[in-house]
Design a protein around this ligand. Structure first.
Ligand SMILES: [Mg+2]
Length: 375
């Protein structure tokens, strides 16, 4: 089997409601992605997705398309797509960085390899450890009253974990939000706080002092992604699990964080981490050093979510809390059928061949704003 062509679709779909993030990222109205179709001479088509969100990621939809056209595709056309390890090794040499473009290609290769052998991608990744995962539900930045209404709704909908976004408000308000949430809901639901790099080290320590015993179950990326020593200082004082997200894209960043003993957990996102091969390597390295994994998501659609689910259901070292497989529920629409795997705040891994997700061609056409074919 040989790769014959790659099609790229830059799509843009509005959120169901605007999404308020930290002061670094502001409020978002649309999610953008680049959908990949990798064609083969046997008629099998592999699906991939890149989910750029500058400044979270270095890449943008435009750079994903150009780098794929000029640097990645020439290494792929004519190659056997099932030789995934060989292709990855070659791309490691020929393409520096660009993990999101690389990730979309890697997802498509696993989709093709699964379809060619009539097995689900999780069989290629080591076989299932669990077939269902609890979902977490994200809560945007708001007042303690808005948080309480949202959390109450999530509990009624069956969620056992919420991720509260912080980092946009003065630290004194964030302390009030945390105390109010734990005083009302402790024992009923697990709380992850994600500050998306919105705080300084001093603000993070002020937050931890201010909340007293009302700790979150997990604190994610409070400070700048490059500040390892700052993260280490926070880690010593946190008295709750601490995770890296923006700070762990490459395997090199993962090993540096492990060496510094700066965190307890990594947020894995298969698009951010360069696809299933790299994400699995990071998760396995973390496991060897006793770190846990949160399967997290960008603002992404069903292909990346499906790839992430194939990996999440294989890993033995997931955090005992909800994981981020609700991304398509935040969108006004999706170009795939991924949401059929979600029911009662639980996601079930599909057993069909490859990534187990299908594209709705009419919707893909409707939401495509830029298109490129490389052959
Ligand atoms: Mg995060």
């Amino acid at each position: 089997m040989k790769i014959t062509a790659i099609e790229l679709f830059h799509i843009s779909i509005p959120f169901a409601k605007p999404y308020k993030l930290s002061r670094v990222y502001g409020t978002r109205y649309d999610a953008e992605a680049v959908i990949f179709k990798v064609h083969t001479d046997e008629g099998i088509v592999g699906l991939g997705e890149a989910d750029p969100l500058n400044p979270f990621t270095e890449e943008t939809p435009a750079t994903v398309m150009v780098v794929t056209r000029d640097h990645i595709a020439p290494q792929l056309i004519g190659r056997n797509p099932t030789h995934i390890a060989a292709i990855e090794s070659n791309l490691d040499v020929m393409v520096h960085g660009n993990l999101l473009a690389r990730g979309a290609v890697n997802m498509a290769l696993f989709d093709i390899a699964g379809k060619a052998n009539d097995v689900a991608a999780h069989m290629l990744l080591g076989g299932l450890n669990q077939s269902n995962l609890q979902l977490l539900s994200p809560i945007g930045s708001g007042t303690p009253e808005e948080d309480a209404a949202s959390i109450q709704q999530q509990i009624e909908d069956g969620y056992q974990t919420v991720m509260i976004k912080m980092g946009a408000l003065p630290i004194v308000n964030e302390i009030q939000r945390m105390i109010a949430a734990q005083e009302k809901f402790a024992g009923q639901i697990k709380i992850i706080v994600d500050a998306n790099q919105g705080w300084t080290v001093a603000e993070t320590l002020e937050f931890l002092d201010g909340i007293g015993r009302n700790r979150p179950d997990l604190l994610e990326q409070p400070i700048n992604r490059h500040d390892l020593s700052g993260l280490k200082r926070i880690h010593r004082r946190a008295a709750c699990l601490l995770s890296a997200d923006e700070g762990v894209a490459s395997t090199q960043e993962a090993t540096a964080l492990i060496r510094a003993q700066a965190v307890d957990a990594f947020s894995i996102k298969v698009s951010k981490n360069g696809g299933l091969s790299n994400a699995r390597k990071i998760a396995a390295t973390a496991d060897a050093f006793g770190l846990k994994i949160l399967m997290n998501s960008m603002l992404e659609f069903g292909i990346t979510q499906a790839a992430s689910l194939q990996l999440g259901c294989v890993l033995p070292n997931l955090l005992d809390m909800g994981h981020a497989y609700m991304s398509v529920l935040r969108m006004s629409d999706d170009i795939t059928d991924f949401n059929q795997n979600i029911s009662h705040a639980t996601v079930t891994v599909p057993t069909s061949a490859g990534l187990g997700v299908r594209v709705n061609e009419a919707k893909l056409k409707k939401y495509t704003k830029d298109y490129l074919k490389i052959d």
